[in-house]
Write a protein that binds this ligand. Sequence first.
Ligand code: PRP
Length: 209
Amino acid sequence: MEKIKIAITKGRLLENSISLFERAGYDCSELREPGRRLILDIPGSPFSGVLAKAPDVITYVEHGVCALGIVGKDTILEHSNDFYEVLDLGFGKCSFALAAPKGSDFYAGSRTKRIASKYPRIAHDYFLSKGMDVSVIKIEGSVELAPLLGLSDAIVDIVETGSTLRANGLEVVETVCSLSARLIVNTAAMKLYRQEILAFIDKCRGAMQ
Ligand code: PRP
């Protein structure tokens, strides 16, 4: 039988994902030594792991070429979500925050505020929910630069320890929402591989710390 693929987000979530699988009893020897390979077998199980960037995890799961995925709630909120979100994995904990230069009064004045973010949809939806009209500017990386360079009044970005904000003279104005890694499942795969997927979810749930 062809292996059921689990798309795993590379980077910050990878080590915690592999540790979780190991505690759940899966052999992650290949995942631990991937070299340049991107599809790694999980021997003795019906699964293999696929290493991908966060937005691509969603794309592969939505298209059904990977049955399962591990991805941050931030990426889920920013993209469409035509899949089941079945488990909060409890790691990769951080939050989205509105942050502005220290001491600046973000809400002062009537001018339309400019917000820089790597997550324009989340930033837009947040201010829409507050009934506030803002101009959202998409930035690809190190969004903290935008207010420092005078491009924006504030940012909406991920805050984990807060050290990046502090190092750049910014402070949290408001927390937007809490984030963590989630297990997602393709809707058709859930029917096709129900038994295997439910067993996998159960083992992961049992292995969560
Ligand atoms: C994220 C985020 C912040 C930083 C927050 O970036 O965009 O810049 O982490 O973490 P902290 O509160 O612990 O300082 P990341 O390091 O993931 O890099 P990226 O810009 O490539 O997304």
